[in-house]
Design a protein around this ligand. Structure first.
Ligand code: ADE
Ligand code: ZN
Length: 318
C-alpha cells in the first residue's frame, strides 16, 4: 500500500458515526436526528452539514472523550496506509473554546497520538482551528489557545467553517497572533466563496496553504499566482463531490490545477461524512484521471514538503 501523507483532516469530522452514537447513548444525549436509516450522518447541503457536524460534537464533552476519539481516528487512518496526518483541532468543540479548558484537552489528544504512534506507526501533528461563522471575537480566543500551546507538536493555526460569513481580513489579528507564536498558517477558502475568496485570503492573511482552494480554477491569473508563490492546496475531492462543490469526479479541477504547476495534495476532510477514506480518494483519482503510483508518490512528496512538522520529523517520515 502507498504510504500516505494527509494534511487536511478535522478530528471531530473524522469521528465514526457509531463512536458518536455510543457516546451519546452513554450520556443520554438525543442526537438520533442526525443519522439516516443506515446509521450514517445525514444532511442535504453544506448549511445542514455544519449543523449536523456541530450536533455530532455534542457528546464529545471531556478530555477522555477526545483521547478515545483520537485513538479511533488514527487507528482507521493507519489502516488506510496513512503515515503522517495533520488534524484540525477546534478548541470551540473542546469545552467551549476557552484557554483554561483547552489546557486539559490538548494533553489527552497528545497522549492518544503518542499511543497511536507506538502502536500503529502513524504520526500526528495538530493545527488549532478557529470556526469562521463563530466570528472574529471567538477566533481571537482560539488564536490565544493556539499561541499558548504552540510547540513542535502543535504546529499550525487555521480557519474552517462557513466561508461566506465575514471576510478573511476580519481574522487578521488571530492569524498575526498565531504567527508571532511561531505557528504555520492555513485557511479554508475557495470551497464555497469562489476564486475571489482565495485571492482575498492570500491578500489579507499570511497563509502558506489553503484548505480546498479549488474554485481558484475559475481565475487563470490566480492559478498562476498560486503556482508562482508555491501555495499548497489541501484538496479534498471526495468532500467536494459529496457536498456538491463540483457535480462529479470528472468535473473536479484537481488535475487541471496540478497540470498548471499548483502544489496540490489530497486529503479526506471529514471521511465518514463523505463516505470516503484515503484509499478511496486515491482509487477515484486513479480511475478518473489515470494517476499512477508515480503520481501518488510525487503527490505525497509535495504534501510532506508542505507539512507543518519540523525537518527531523519530515526526514523520519520520508
Ligand atoms: N469543517 C469541517 N469540514 C469543513 C468543510 N468542508 N468546510 C468548512 N469547514 C469545515
Ligand atoms: Zn476542511
Amino acid at each position: 500500500m502507498i504510504p500516505k501523507v494527509e494534511l487536511h483532516l478535522h478530528l471531530e469530522g473524522a469521528a465514526p458515526p457509531a463512536f458518536i452514537r455510543d457516546l451519546a447513548r452513554e450520556k443520554s444525549i438525543d442526537i438520533s436526528g442526525i443519522f439516516d436509516d443506515q446509521g450514517h450522518y445525514a444532511y442535504r447541503d453544506f448549511a445542514e452539514f455544519l449543523k449536523v457536524y456541530e450536533a455530532a460534537c455534542e457528546p464529545l464533552q471531556t478530555p477522555e472523550d477526545f483521547r478515545r476519539l483520537t485513538l479511533a481516528v488514527l487507528e482507521q487512518s493507519a489502516e488506510e496506509g496513512v503515515v503522517y496526518t495533520e488534524a484540525f483541532l477546534s478548541p470551540d468543540f473542546c469545552g467551549g473554546g476557552d484557554v483554561a479548558a483547552w489546557r486539559d484537552y490538548l494533553p489527552a489528544i497528545r497522549d492518544a497520538a503518542d499511543q497511536a504512534e507506538a502502536t500503529h506507526g502513524i504520526t500526528l501533528r495538530g493545527i488549532v482551528t478557529a470556526i469562521r461563522h463563530f466570528g472574529p471575537d471567538q477566533a481571537r480566543q482560539t488564536a490565544l489557545c493556539a499561541a499558548e500551546t504552540a510547540d513542535d507538536w502543535l504546529t499550525g493555526f487555521g480557519l474552517a467553517g462557513a466561508e461566506t460569513v465575514g471576510m478573511p481580513g476580519d481574522f487578521a489579528w488571530s492569524f498575526d497572533c498565531a504567527k508571532e507564536a511561531g505557528l504555520r498558517l492555513t485557511a479554508h477558502a475557495g470551497e464555497w466563496g469562489g476564486a475571489q475568496m482565495v485571492r482575498a485570503t492570500l491578500d489579507a492573511l499570511p497563509v502558506e496553504r489553503i484548505g480546498h482552494g479549488v474554485q481558484a480554477i475559475d481565475d487563470p491569473a490566480l492559478v498562476d499566482r498560486l503556482a508562482e508563490d508555491g501555495i499548497t492546496l489541501e484538496v479534498c475531492p471526495g468532500s467536494n463531490v459529496a457536498l456538491g462543490v463540483v457535480p462529479n469526479w470528472a468535473a473536479h479541477p484537481i488535475a487541471k490545477l496540478r497540470n498548471k504547476g499548483v502544489k496540490v495534495t489530497v486529503s479526506t476532510d471529514d471521511p465518514p461524512f463523505f463516505h470516503t477514506t484515503m484509499r478511496r480518494e486515491y482509487d477515484r483519482l486513479s480511475e478518473t484521471f489515470g494517476w499512477t503510483e508515480d503520481d501518488f508518490f510525487a503527490l505525497n512528496h509535495v504534501a510532506l514538503a508542505a507539512a507543518f512538522c519540523d525537518d527531523a520529523t519530515r526526514k523520519r517520515i520520508a
